[in-house]
Design a protein. Structure first.
Length: 466
RNA sequence: GGCGCGGUAGCCAAGUGGUAAGGCAAAGGUCUGCAAAACCUUUAUUCGUCGGUUCGAUCCCGACCCGCGCCUCCA
C-alpha cells in the first residue's frame, strides 16, 4: 500500500511523496520552554517520531526542522519573577525537553531552531510583509492585516467573511483593525526584554518564528507541516497567511495534526489535578517504553485516553513481545524451514507496513505483529517452527522495533552481574537434578528479589531481567 | 452559535455495504516437581438513539443524544 496521510488542508487522505528529490522537507511545532513538557505534548511528539520513522521506512530521506519557542509571554513573566534572563530561564527547560525526548526514544530532528536565534530574520520578514502592505503599526506593535489575505481560513475551514467586516474600523483608533489580525511584532512593555530592530524595538509575535525558520531552512513550500490539533487555529492559519503573503506560494503541501490526549477520561488540567509531565509518570515507577507504547498504540487522529490501567496494559503487552523475542533467541528448534511460516512472516510484515502506510494506523500495524506472535508461538509449541524460521521472525521484530522502539529494555539498576546469575542458575539446576526442589526454589526466589526471572524450558533455563 | 473529531465487549481499540481485528483483564483447560512462558477454549446475535436508502448497514443518508477540541495562550 502506498503511503497515505490525512491532510487537514484538503480534509482527505492523500498519497504522499516529497515534491522534489527523495527528501521530505518537514516542519513540526516544538515546545514552548516555559515549563516541563506534559504527556499531552509527548503524544504529539511521539506521533511525529512515528511519522519520521515511517517516512524513512518508505525510503525517503528526512530534512526535519523543529522550533523551540524560547520567548513568549509566560517565559518573559516567569523569568522576570525569578530574576533570571530569558536565556538562563529557558536553558533548564530546553535541556529537560531534550532529556525527556531521549527518555522516550524520540529521534532528534535534523535541526532544532530556537526562536531567539532568528530574531533578525523575523524582523526582516516583517519588514518585507510591510512592503507588501500586509501590515500596519498600532501603538508600537506591528500587526498582520488579514484583509490582505483572502484565503484566510482555508486550513481551519472557517469562513471569516462576516467577521472581516471589522476591517472598516479606523486603524488609528483601535489597537487592532480587525478582530482576526494578529501581532507580528509586539511593542516592549516597561522593563521587558526587547530587541532593537530596524522595524522598531520589540519582540516577535508567536506565529512569525515558524514561518521564518521553516522557509529559511526548508524552502518556500514544505512537504509536511505537523503539530497538535489545537494549533490549526490560529497558529497554523496565521503561519499560512504570513508565509504565503511573503512568498506567493503554498506554504505546505500536507498538514498533519495529532488529536488531543485526555487523562482518566477527563481533559488534562492543573485544576483537576490530573496534569502529568513525563517525569510525573516515570516517578510512579513506569518504564519509558510503556509510556511510549501507550502513546503510539492509539492512532494519532483519535483522542487518546491516558490511564494508568492503560499503562499497566502496555507494560504487559510489551512483555509479551519481549518474551517472544527471548524465546526466538534462546529456544532450540529442529533444523529446516517451515514454508507455511515463511509465508506467514511475509504476510505479517506486509500487513504491518500497510497499517503504518495507511495514515499511520498503528493499531492495525500492532495487530499484525501480535497475530503473528500468536501463530509463531503456537508453531513453536507444536514443533512446526524450525531453526530456519528464526531469522525471518527476528527480522520482523526488528522492523517493528525500528518504528515502535519498545523492545529493548532501558538500563536497569540490577546489581547482579550476568556471570553471577549464570552461576546461581547452575547451582539451582544441580539442586533440581538432585530433586532438592526446596533449595532450587530458594535460589529462584533469591534471583527474583534481584529482578531476575527464571523460566525452565525444554531448551534449558532462560532468564531475563524484570 | 461556527468549524473539527469521536461514541464498537469490563478497559484500550481496528474495521468493512454482506454479516465484528488486535491488546489488556477475567474464567476454565493443556504443559510444568512447583512456577514462569506459551498454547487452547469461553467472554459484543452486536457496533450512542431513532428513522431512511438497500436484497442486505456497525459501515451510506437524515435527525437527535452524549463526550472532546478549536474559535483567547495551549500539543
Amino acid at each position: 500500500m502506498p503511503l497515505r496521510f490525512y491532510n487537514t488542508l484538503t480534509q482527505q487522505v492523500q498519497e504522499f511523496a516529497p515534491a522534489h528529490d527523495n527528501t521530505v522537507r518537514m516542519y513540526t511545532c516544538g515546545p514552548t520552554v516555559y515549563d516541563f513538557a506534559h504527556i499531552g505534548n509527548f503524544r504529539t511528539f511521539t506521533f511525529v517520531d512515528i511519522l519520521r520513522k515511517t517516512l524513512r521506512a518508505n525510503g525517503f530521506g528526512l530534512n526535519h526542522v523543529m522550533n523551540i519557542t524560547d520567548v513568549d509571554d509566560k517565559i518573559i513573566r516567569n523569568a522576570a519573577a525569578q530574576g533570571k534572563t530569558i536565556e538562563d530561564y529557558t536553558a533548564t527547560y530546553i535541556q529537560a525537553f531534550l532529556d525527556d525526548c531521549a527518555t522516550l526514544r524520540l529521534e532528534r530532528p535534523e535541526r532544532l531552531t530556537p526562536a531567539t536565534q532568528h530574531i533578525d530574520d523575523m524582523a526582516a520578514a516583517i519588514a518585507r510583509l510591510g512592503e507588501g502592505s500586509h501590515t500596519y503599526n498600532s501603538e508600537g506593535s506591528i500587526y498582520f492585516r488579514i484583509a490582505t489575505f483572502p484565503q484566510y481560513g482555508k486550513l481551519s475551514h472557517n469562513d471569516f467573511g462576516g467577521i472581516l467586516a471589522g476591517a472598516r474600523v479606523d486603524v488609528d483608533e483601535y489597537e487592532k483593525a480587525d478582530a482576526r489580525d494578529f501581532a507580528l511584532w509586539k511593542a516592549p512593555k516597561p522593563g521587558e526584554h526587547f530587541w532593537e530592530e530596524p522595524i522598531g524595538p520589540g519582540r516577535p509575535g508567536w506565529h512569525i518564528e515558524c514561518s521564518v525558520m521553516a522557509i529559511k531552512y526548508l524552502g518556500e513550500t514544505l512537504d509536511i507541516h505537523a503539530g497538535g490539533v489545537d494549533l490549526i487555529f490560529p497558529h497554523h492559519e496565521n503561519e499560512i497567511a504570513q508565509s504565503e503573503s511573503l512568498t506567493g506560494k503554498p506554504f505546505s503541501r500536507f498538514w498533519l495534526h495529532a488529536e488531543f490526549l485526555m487523562v482518566e477520561g477527563q481533559k488534562m488540567s492543573k485544576s483537576l489535578g490530573n496534569y502529568l509531565t513525563l517525569r510525573d509518570v516515570l516517578a510512579r515507577g513506569y518504564e519509558p517504553e510503556a509510556i511510549r507504547y501507550l502513546l503510539e498504540s492509539v492512532p494519532y487522529r483519535k483522542t487518546l485516553n491516558f490511564t494508568f490501567d492503560g499503562l499497566k496494559s502496555a507494560v504487559t503487552s510489551i512483555e509479551r513481545l519481549r518474551n517472544f523475542k527471548l524465546r526466538l533467541e534462546t529456544d532450540r528448534y529442529p533444523e529446516g524451514v517451515q514454508e507455511r511460516m515463511t509465508a506467514r512472516t511475509a504476510a505479517a510484515s506486509q500487513a504491518f507496513t500497510d497499517g503504518l502506510n495507511d495514515d499511520l494506523n498503528t493499531a492495525e500495524a500492532l495487530a499484525a505483529v501480535f497475530e503473528y506472535v500468536r501463530d509463531a508461538n503456537s508453531a513453536m509449541d507444536t514443533g512446526e517452527f524450525r531453526a530456519g524460521d528464526v531469522a525471518g521472525a527476528l527480522e520482523l521484530l526488528k522492523r517493528f522495533d525500528s518504528i515502535f522502539d519498545v523492545l529493548q529494555p532501558g538500563a536497569k539498576g540490577g546489581q547482579l552481574q550476568d556471570a553471577e546469575v549464570e552461576r546461581l542458575i547452575a547451582e539451582r539446576t544441580a539442586a533440581k537434578k538432585a530433586r532438592n526442589f526446596a533449595a532450587a526454589d530458594r535460589i529462584r526466589e533469591q534471583l527474583l528479589e534481584q529482578g531476575i526471572v527464571l523460566e525452565d524450558t525444554k531448551s534449558g533455563v532462560r532468564w531475563k531481567r524484570k
